[in-house]
Design a protein around this ligand. Sequence first.
Ligand SMILES: N[C@@H](CCC(=O)N[C@@H](CS)C(=O)NCC(=O)O)C(=O)O
Length: 302
Amino acid sequence: MADQPDTANNQPPGYEPPKVWVWDKANGGQFANINRPISGATKEATLPIGKHPIQLYSLGTPNGVKVTILLEELLAKGHPGAEYDAWLIYIGVGDQFGSDFVSINPNSKIPAMRDYSVDPVVNLFESGSMLFYLAEKFGEFLPTDVHKRAQTMNWVMWQMGSAPYVGGGLGHFYAYAPFKMQYPIDRFAMETKRQLHVLDTHLAKSQFMVGNDYTIADMAIWPWYGAIMREAYNCQEFLSVNEYPHLDRWVTEVGARPAVIRGRMVNRTFGRPETQLRERHDASDFENNREDMVLARDGKRI
Ligand SMILES: N[C@@H](CCC(=O)N[C@@H](CS)C(=O)NCC(=O)O)C(=O)O
C-alpha cells in the first residue's frame, strides 16, 4: 500500500512494535539494570537514622540537589531545625527498591525524606513537595504576598513538569541510549531549547525567577538548567547554549551562593573528589570529610 510507512526507516531498521509489549531486560541502555515496569520493594533493607530531625535519603543528581540547597540555605539563615543527615542511596545498585525506602516513596526514586520533629513522623517524596514543605515549615524562600507566592509555585511546578523532557528525553537519547536516533534527539533538543528560551526571556527582565526574591523556584530550576548550561550530557555546543546570556548570568549568580556550593556537594558521587561530600551528618563534614580528604586519609574507596 502506498501510504504504508517504510520500516527500513525504523530504528533499529525493521523494528515494529509487537501487539503486546514485553519487558526486554537487556535493552542495552545505560539504566537497563535498574528500570523495571513494576513498582514495589525487591528486598528487605533498613534505612539508617542519624541524630538530626531531618533524614534525607538521596543522591547528588539535580533532583536531590534541589533539597540539599534549600536545607543549606535554611541553615545559613540560622534555622537549627533544618539540621539534617543526608544518606547516600545508590540508585545504580537498586537501593531505591529497599523495603524501608519504598515505605517512604512508593515511586522508588530519590530524594526521599523523613521529618522526625513531627509526631508521627512525616514522610516526603518528590523534590518539589520537599521544597514546598520545608519552605512553609520554616517560613523562608516562599513569599507570603499572594502574587509572588503564586509566581513561585508556578515556576516550581513548571520545573517539575518540564525537566523530565530534558533528562528523560534529551539526556537519555543524546547521551545514554545504546545508539543515536535522530527523531527523539531532534524532538527533545527542540523542546530543551524552547525551555532554555523561556528561562532566558524571563530572566532578561528579572534578577531571580520571582523578581528580586530568591525563592524555592530558583532552587528547583538551577540544578537542572544550570547543569544543562554548563556540563550535563556534554551537549552545550550541540544546543548552542551561548544563545541564552540572561540565563547564563543567573546560573553564575545562583551558583556562587555558598549554600548552593555546599548543597551541590552533598551526596555527590561523580566529578572531582573535592566537589563531593558523599554523606552529610554535620556542618563540619564540608571541612573534614570531602571525598578528596577521605581518599587521602583512607586510600581508595571500596
Ligand atoms: N519527580 C521526581 C523525580 C525523581 C527522580 O527521577 N529520581 C531519579 C534520580 S534523578 C531516580 O531516583 N532514579 C532511580 C530509578 O529510576 O530507579 C522528583 O523530583 O523527586
